[in-house]
Design a protein around this ligand. Structure first.
Ligand code: DP6
Length: 349
């Protein structure tokens, strides 16, 4: 027999960034972060996990190619979920798995991303969140989302935020064992559904410096990152929560843009400096800043993760349509600049 579960998990985009760990193996951050989870139809990972007594080892395929599961992060997630497994019974198929059997059963995992892997579009976030969620369903793990988020966190920090829709905060926590470093939902996807996210895929090439090594180098060498984590982010988190609660777009946009710019300033302050944005990214920032200044209040927020692609958040559908027009005019799609649009909620443009 084979027992299978399939799950789909969207990626999330941080508007207050996570950058820097205080514990590398447990993946504990040096500051809180806040993100928006995208619509599950776009930028998502689909994962199928299967268990069978015929499987003689754990194996995984990513986008159709087998990958090694020997990395500590996969092992940790598998171990953490296995240790929380419960009895499973499927009467129709005549399958009965007792809690203790899970230790000796192996799983096969097939995972697909519908977007470029490792191009700064947070693919590891959706990937590990989906892996943990589907394994937890397969193994009948009874723990709540918060506890599952702490397991997903050990796969990739940003993954803990993808277990919820809407606006999500990853609380850094204080404990050494990471038990209080979990994600919580601030507001669901219906709370502020005027917002439209447009992603300008500037390059789908693999980034040169991974987030993991980039943030390690920043923690080791940047002075600015200390100031950011201690003095800047704590206040920004409070202000961002308030802006989200009140659907206050001018404050939201101001905080998101400032935080993205400070994160990239920390990258420049790292030795040797890390450049995630390119000329096209900088030109997009210029374009949005100019537009926002020409209006009474900001219309669009921008944020960039560890790559050159722009995530643009328009205050409503009308602004999003006008934003797309402007982008297409200034950045006509070419081999290097390919513009696509994605949404929150069930709206598309
Ligand atoms: C810039 O979660 O990919 O996207 O925990 O080492 O796997 P690891 O890093 P990762 O870092 C994401 C960094 C970021 C900001 C964010 O998503 O908050």
């Amino acid at each position: 027999w084979v027992l299978m579960v399939t799950a789909q998990t969207p990626t999330n985009i941080a508007v207050i960034k996570y950058w820097g760990k205080r514990d590398e193996s447990l993946i504990l951050p040096i500051n809180d972060s806040i993100s928006v989870t995208l619509d599950p139809e776009h930028l998502c990972t689909t994962t199928t996990v299967a268990v069978s007594p015929r499987f003689d080892q754990d194996r995984m395929w990513l986008n159709g190619r087998e990958i090694s599961l020997s990395g500590g992060r996969y092992q940790r997630c598998l171990r953490e979920i296995r240790s929380r497994a419960s009895d499973v019974e499927d009467e129709k198929k005549g399958i009965k798995i007792a809690k203790k059997d899970w230790e000796n059963l192996h799983v096969h995992i097939a995972s697909y991303n519908n977007f470029p892997t490792a191009a700064g579009l947070a693919s590891s976030a959706a990937g590990f969140a989906c892996l943990v969620f589907s394994l937890a369903k397969l193994m009948n793990v009874k723990e709540d989302q918060g506890k599952l988020s702490a397991v997903a966190r050990q796969g990739s920090g940003s993954a803990c935020r993808s277990l919820y829709g809407g606006f999500v905060k990853w609380i850094m926590g204080k404990h050494d064992d990471g038990s209080d470093s979990i994600a919580v939902q601030l507001a669901d996807e219906k709370h502020w559904d005027d917002l439209v996210i447009v992603i300008a895929v500037v390059s789908s090439r693999q980034k040169e410096t991974s987030s993991t090594s980039g943030m390690r180098e920043s923690v080791e060498t940047s002075m600015l990152i200390k100031h950011r984590a201690k003095e800047v982010v704590p206040k920004r988190i409070v202000d961002m929560e308030e802006a989200i609660k009140n659907r206050d777009f001018p404050s939201f946009a101001h905080l998101a843009c400032a935080d993205s710019n400070q994160f990239h300033a920390v990258c420049l302050d790292t030795c040797p400096p890390i450049f995630y944005m390119n000329d096209t990214s900088h030109r997009i920032i210029g374009c949005v800043e100019k537009w926002n200044r020409s209006e009474e209040s900001p219309q669009v927020a921008y944020t960039f993760d560890a790559g050159p692609n722009a995530v643009l958040i328009a205050r409503n559908r009308k602004v999003a349509a006008s934003l797309l027009q402007r982008l297409l005019f200034h950045f006509p799609p070419s081999s290097d600049t390919d513009l696509s649009s994605y949404v929150i909620g069930d709206k598309s443009i």
